[in-house]
Design a protein around this ligand. Sequence first.
Ligand code: TPP
Ligand code: MG
Length: 668
Amino acid sequence: MQNQSKDIGKLAADTIRILSAEAVEKAASGHPGMPMGCADYAFVLWSKYLRHNPADPAWPGRDRFILSAGHGSMLLYSLLHLSGYGISIEDIKNFRQWGSHTPGHPERNPAHAIEVTTGPLGQGFAMGVGMAIAQKMLAARFGKDLFGGNIFSIAGDGCVMEGVSSEAASLAGHLGLGNIVYFYDDNRITIEGPTNLAFSEDTAKRFESYGWHVLKIDGHDQAACAAAIEAGVAETERPTLIIGRTHIAYGSPGKADNASAHGAPLGAEELAAVKKNLGWENLPEFHVPKEVRTVFENRAVALKAEYNLWQNAFKAARSKADFTARWDAFFSGETAPELAERLLKYLPEKPQATRQYSGAALQQLAEELPGLVGGSADLAPSNNTLLKKFASIKRGDFAGRNIHFGVREFAMASVSNGMALFGGIIPYAGTFLIFSDYMRPAMRHSALMGARVVYVLTHDSFFVGEDGPTHQPIEHLASLRAMPNMAVWRPADRAETAAAWEAAVMRKNGPTALMLTRQEVPILPMDAARVVSSARRGAYILADTADPQIVIIATGSEVGLALEARTALESAGIKTRVISMPCTQVFEAQDKTYRDKVLPPQLRKRVVIEAAATFGWERHAGADGLLIGLDRFGASAPGKVLKEKFGFTAKSALERISRKWPELNVKI
Ligand SMILES: Cc1ncc(C[n+]2csc(CCOP(=O)(O)OP(=O)(O)O)c2C)c(N)n1
Ligand SMILES: [Mg+2]
């Protein structure tokens, strides 16, 4: 065969190029240019350096590879196929089809070593920083023998332009994450054309100023790729960025260096021209030369030896006293049952803000869950997120458990995603609820990937007061509740805060957003242990009478107000039920019998009180319900004044109820 005389590296890279281009052609959709441009670097990395094990994709000691430029997914699928993961040629032929293992952009799939979902540019880059932090933290706890690997990524112009990569790179440089070895696919092309349309900075200097170790190479020179990876792995004090000058659609006579190769099939004619150009014109579609298979088979043998070395180190470690228990405490991520009941003992019994209860709960959670680590985007004193007994991580010392993320919300959330998905770590990330907007893309990504990240979002309503409308969340509760797989808890008091934290850390398949008050809330007039067990169902009857005429549903800080309104209504002779609903989604997931017991279908006079946009509450209030919320931006004034102005008083609630249902004859 004519290919046999060729250099094996080139042959393998061309295999990746053609497999990728053919898959895109067959799907009539996708991105051929990027895999063709990055094939040389990717081949070198995957055939010589990346430590992984197709027979045990979950191997905790493996290196991580993140395709930050997720649109180049065919590059990853080609590599996974060649490396012996469960991606078959059939799967490659089904690229981008319903139910295939080869979706348009890589979707987290641990069985196939797809570490994270990528596609939204820049987030893969930032998640890798989180993985690097997690790896260093675990190395500090279990030794470098077990967690001495590297985090590799391929990022494109788009990733490097996105702000989140700047935030994450700055943090990575500051922390000296020498376990990062990233490749920047410097092809100088994005969708609209050459990058110089909008991008003219000196990327190398930029990353150097962040404290990165920057190398510049010809990304098609495989020897240079190998040397750069070796230099990156050898550099342990600084993260490495290998800037590889590449050509998009390398190998394509008509489309190389052209934006037209970015997001559309090459076209039958051009694909034929590529195959001719690369000496493949007589080969069938989706062909993998035997020699290329052999390269990867040999790599698998070498990797098996590395894997066994690791397993031996692991076995030796396990023989040490208490290692197994410590390991399991991190990697099972479980606690003994009745966590919330235990937490209660540590929460002050006097009225406080829920953010303060949360802070107290965290201290105890940290005792029970050694993998729980986190911090805030510079608001720890307000978010109450500091673990008081523990140190902060810093360059060269990752034994601590507090992370100072700096004023970088988006990177904080992305980094948390990376930490959660690395394994062994349960990250939490704090900021004001209003600034959830700054990290929303990564929050969505946590939900999409099913990452256990706990968002600690304090200052959860206009009751923030004087800071004004820029700091007063309105639509945030509704918008986060609208996000699939994002659990939103808004606890009303100390016991509900304990239940909310329990739910958050026990939720292994998705993120939780804890909405916490800045201002003090009363302690609910129900036995705390009963509040905990009731809150576990998302909503429950807090105060009741036989045959209620009206029901008030409230969350968080408005539960106290609902109780005040009830007292007034009862003294006016109106039989009133109050429901506390800390988590709408958990309530909605309860069986119908329970839901109907709490909120009987025939009880039509329903009021919802929440200091936020009313959007979505029709679901529980019904078309005839009364929604007391705030469907405008807030204002700068003391919280007490806003309470009056925005009608969050028992008197105002009563007025609105009597106007809405005159037949109740509420005497005000
Ligand atoms: C956050 C985000 N914005 C926009 C897009 C749409 N998009 C996909 S690829 C791309 C251009 C990426 O250019 P580059 O990273 O240089 O990739 P190349 O064209 O070189 O393969 C854009 C804008 C996206 N995926 N994510
Ligand atoms: Mg590009």
